[in-house]
Every structure is written in structure tokens, then in C-alpha cells.
Design a protein around this ligand. Structure first.
Ligand code: SF4
Ligand code: SF4
Length: 361
């Protein structure tokens, strides 16, 4: 396994880390814990969980696994998205019990999707409560998980509250997220990338993303992980695992691997332009919308229709679970067309919004 320094902390974490959000049968705690233990045997030492994942069983599963690991051979990451300091404290204390540890190595202020959510976490006391818990030794490193665009994320990181960031970065959104990744790295932050496989979109559309697979790469999946972790700023790619085979594939991708050089990274980035044709890259150039429509989020959800099929659930689930907004938000569009003039992908935004707006909430 390849280990990289997590920012300015004294910790070295595996270049592939364990996302505990995709267990097949979370009700079977022991069987699911076996997948976690297998990853640990393969050298993975960073395990990321959260309240609510996998029918709210993920922390119990990870807890069951780490109770069987030697102390000091793993790092745990969990999260809280509450704005209230009281709620964050309760959630942290419950996580400690479920995980069976005295402190959380990496505790996330979770899921900053919209800029105003940062202010809500400050005003509600969540950030202060987390900092207090850190002083008490219940948290080792305070970090943030975010889907904010580059400039908004930089503002949060510049507060100096955090030592690292977990953010979405993959071939689908690389052009747009690169700035956030690079600026977090330049600030000395640990950077863990969520969804390096585009939430399954890349393996499910391997042909479209074949530019990720170079001559020395065994598969598009391996290429996607290698593209991620070859970036100097990226500490670890967080992959959601279901089976031991998934773990093996990801570990094989980084074992004995020489990071891509800058020429290879540049060539991939160039070729990704064709791979993401007709897709929203999340660049944000279409904003602001005078009617307040969150266009990049809406178009990201529409990507799922193009990549995963016409079942409306592909769009509505993405809006609901990833962006926490409903399809009816699209109906605020007045069809002025300003966004289409600015769209870097020349997308028919108005038509797509009409279609999204017609889906039930
Ligand atoms: S066309 Fe609709 S979404 Fe685009 S800027 Fe105008 S109101 Fe906003
Ligand atoms: S709709 Fe176009 S401009 Fe807006 S985020 Fe997507 S690709 Fe960028």
C-alpha cells in the first residue's frame, strides 16, 4: 500500500481509503465487518463512516471491525451535519460509543453544499462545539466535507478551523473541481477525494471514460483511481466498497504504482473533454440565475439521466440525496436563457429544467 501524508498532521494514510457507505446487507454486521477487516489486511488504514449511512448501521459495522484490529493501526473518520452545537455534541458522543473509541481521528463538519450552510454551522454553534470537543481530546483533527465550488470552499478553509477537506473529485467534474483540490493542497490541507469513480458512473460507462485507461492500467477503474491519487494535492481516494473483490481491485491499482507524471495527467484532462460531452461539469459559469435556480445542481442530476437511463428516479434520487433539493425547484425558471449563453458545455439548460420540473417531488 502507498501511504501519503495527510496535510500538516503527523498521520500517513493509505492512498485508497474505505468509504463505509455501500455495504450490501448492513443488517449483517459481522459479514459487513469482514469487508472492512479485509481492507485493513490489504493495508487500508483510513475508514470513513457517518451516522445515517447504510440504514444507520455503518458506524456499528466499522466499530465491530476496528474492535478486532490492533490499536494504532487505523484512523477513523466520521461526521455530523447538524447546525446546532448541542446536536453536534450528541452525535459525536453517539459516534464514539458506536465506534468503540475514545476519540475520532478525523471529524467532519459534514456536507457543505451551499455557501449559506457554512454560516448556519457557525451561527448554530456546531463549529464551536466541534472545536471544544477537539480541545477536550474527543477529536484529533477537525476537517470539512464539501461540494462547494472552489472560491466558496477556499473561504471556508481560510478560516483556519480545518486541517483537511473531503471533496468530490473525479473524471466527471475534474475540470471544475481542480481549483478546489489544488488550493486545498497549496494551503497544506489533507485532501480526501469522494466519489473517485463518479459514484459508479465511470465503471458503468467504461467506454465513455476509456481515456482514463492507459497502456499500463488494468482497467478504467484502476485508471480513475490512479488519476485521482497521482495528483500531488490528493492524499487519498475514498472508495465505497461492497465486496472484498472491490477492495482488492482498488488496492491493486495503487500497490507498486508509480504516480502518473504531469504529461500523462495533462493528456487525461485534455481527453476528458470528449468524455464529458453533453454533460454538466459543474463549472458554475451559468450562475447566478435571476430566478434563484441552483442550475449546476439541477444539471448534475440530469447527468444521471444521460448516464444511467431515463428512469426519473435517477434524477430525483440525485437531487434528494446528494443535493437535498426537490425537482419542483426547477419550476422557478422563467426561461430567460441567460444561463445558456454562459454555459461552457452549451447545454440546453431550459429544456432540461422543464423536464426536471415535470418530475414528481
Ligand atoms: S433560463 Fe431559467 S435557469 Fe437559466 S438563468 Fe434564466 S431563469 Fe435561470
Ligand atoms: S450548466 Fe453549463 S455552465 Fe452551468 S455548471 Fe453545468 S456545464 Fe457549467
Amino acid at each position: 500500500m502507498w501511504y501519503k501524508e495527510y496535510g500538516k498532521t503527523d498521520k500517513r494514510i493509505s492512498a485508497v481509503s474505505f468509504g463505509a457507505m455501500r455495504f450490501d446487507n448492513p443488517d449483517d454486521i459481522d459479514a459487513s465487518a469482514q469487508v472492512v477487516l479485509h481492507a485493513h489486511r490489504r493495508g487500508i488504514n483510513y475508514f470513513d463512516t457517518a451516522p445515517g449511512y447504510c440504514k444507520d448501521k455503518s458506524e456499528d459495522i466499522v466499530g465491530a471491525a476496528v474492535r478486532q484490529m490492533k490499536p494504532d493501526t487505523f484512523y477513523l473518520s466520521t461526521k455530523c451535519m447538524a447546525a446546532s452545537g448541542v446536536d453536534l455534541r450528541k452525535s459525536l458522543e453517539r459516534s464514539l460509543i458506536r465506534l468503540g473509541v475514545a476519540k475520532i481521528d478525523f471529524f467532519h463538519i459534514w456536507c457543505l453544499v451551499r455557501p449559506e450552510q457554512w454560516q448556519e454551522r457557525l451561527d448554530g454553534g456546531a463549529v464551536e462545539a466541534a472545536m471544544r470537543a477537539k480541545e477536550e481530546g474527543l477529536i484529533d483533527h477537525l476537517v470539512v466535507s464539501s461540494h462547494l465550488p472552489g472560491a466558496a470552499l477556499r473561504k471556508v478553509l481560510e478560516t483556519g478551523v480545518f486541517e483537511g477537506v473531503t471533496l468530490g473529485y473525479c473524471a466527471l467534474n475534474a475540470a471544475y473541481r481542480q481549483e478546489a483540490v489544488n488550493s486545498a493542497g497549496a494551503m497544506g490541507m489533507g485532501v480526501v477525494t469522494m466519489n473517485p469513480l463518479g459514484g459508479g458512473v465511470i465503471p458503468q460507462n467504461a467506454k465513455r471514460f476509456e481515456c482514463l485507461q492507459g497502456p499500463g492500467d488494468p482497467s478504467v477503474v484502476a485508471g480513475a483511481i490512479r488519476f485521482n491519487v497521482s495528483q500531488k494535492a490528493v492524499t487519498s481516494a475514498l472508495v465505497g466498497f461492497t465486496t472484498k473483490k472491490h477492495v482488492d481491485d482498488a488496492c491493486d491499482a495503487v500497490d507498486n504504482f508509480m504516480p502518473y507524471d504531469s504529461a500523462r495527467l495533462e493528456s487525461i484532462r485534455k481527453n476528458l473533454g470528449a468524455a464529458v460531452e453533453h454533460l454538466c461539469t459543474g463549472c458554475g459559469y451559468c450562475m447566478p440565475c435571476p430566478a434563484g435556480v441552483p442550475i449546476p445542481q439541477m444539471m448534475d442530476a440530469y447527468n444521471m439521466r444521460l448516464l444511467q437511463g431515463t428512469d426519473p428516479k435517477n434524477v430525483t434520487n440525485r437531487l434528494k440525496w446528494h443535493w437535498t433539493i426537490s425537482p419542483s425547484t426547477a419550476r422557478a425558471c422563467t426561461l430567460c436563457g441567460a444561463c445558456e449563453q454562459r454555459c461552457t458545455q452549451s447545454l440546453p439548460i431550459r429544456d432540461r429544467l422543464k423536464e426536471i420540473g415535470s418530475l414528481g417531488d
